[in-house]
Design a protein around this ligand. Structure first.
Ligand code: C5P
Length: 245
């Protein structure tokens, strides 16, 4: 079964406070977007990757993947780069419509955040396997380590959440391609127009759940943490064993 992966990477990464957009922030000398794409391809579970970056970064990102994005690379290790949208959902939709047009034979689609640079390859294989075994929609999750409080607007505690029923959702998420397309169309995203902002921002698994589809969970991995703040970047650098930015 052919597997397509989408990497929404068009965020500015404001919380990282870097001079460049998050996709181009280096980790161990390699831009985050390159970590994400190589992680997917090197897992051996993914055939094609479509990356959505800011429109003005498309050319620069294409040069990172020159061997894979050239026709000489053959069908297996192809990387496409498209312009993303104003929010994560629009960026995923832009990559999705491009991917469906270019790889109509794909059966499974992964959606993987650009900032989870250290995601172990086994996570890619785990979610792809779950779809191959019949799941329509799969999210890797972690149990919560901390106690979670609900608070009012003034910050006073209203209650304590039942941690045993809560999970942190990671990426890559995996779906049957046909189902993800249906979920995006139902949410108002169409190939003919660029994405419409949703009133209630949902992740793609949330859009699928809106179709009353069951979303399965598989074990996540602490190494798949998102690099959001400078502190996260430091942790990732230490995990890589590099002191270089
Ligand atoms: O900003 P946030 O943490 O929600 O971003 C999650 C993911 O969505 C990141 O990979 C980011 O690059 C991506 N994103 C995007 N297009 C946007 C905003 C975020 O692809 N307009």
């Amino acid at each position: 079964l052919s597997v397509l992966a989408l990497v929404p990477a068009a965020g500015e990464g404001v919380r990282l406070g870097a001079a460049s957009p998050k996709a181009l922030v280096p980790l161990g000398g390699v831009p985050l977007v390159e970590h994400a794409v190589r992680g997917l391809l090197d897992s051996g579970s993914v055939d094609h990757v479509v990356v959505a970056v800011r429109g003005k970064d498309v050319d620069e990102v294409l040069t990172l993947f020159a061997p894979e994005s050239s026709p000489a690379a053959g069908p297996r290790r192809a990387v496409d780069v498209v312009a993303g949208g104003a929010d994560r959902c629009s960026s995923v939709a832009a990559a999705l419509w491009h991917g469906v047009r270019r790889y109509p034979e794909a059966h499974t689609v992964l959606v993987h955040d650009v900032d989870r640079a250290l995601t172990p390859p086994a996570m890619m294989s785990r979610v792809v396997k779950a779809v191959a075994e019949g799941a329509d929609s799969v999210v890797p999750v972690l149990a919560l380590a901390d106690t979670v409080k609900e608070v009012d607007q003034a910050g006073a505690v209203l209650g304590t959440a039942d941690r045993s029923r809560l999970r942190v959702a990671q990426t890559p998420r995996a779906f049957r391609l046909e189902l993800l397309c249906r979920a995006y169309r139902a949410a108002g995203y169409h190939p003919e127009c660029s994405g419409l902002p949703l009133q209630v921002p949902l992740d793609e698994a949330g859009l699928v759940a809106r179709l009353q589809q069951r979303v399965r969970t598989v074990p996540g991995d602490p190494l798949a943490f998102p690099i959001i703040t400078p502190w996260d970047l430091r942790v990732a650098q230490m995990m890589l064993g590099s002191s270089a930015p």
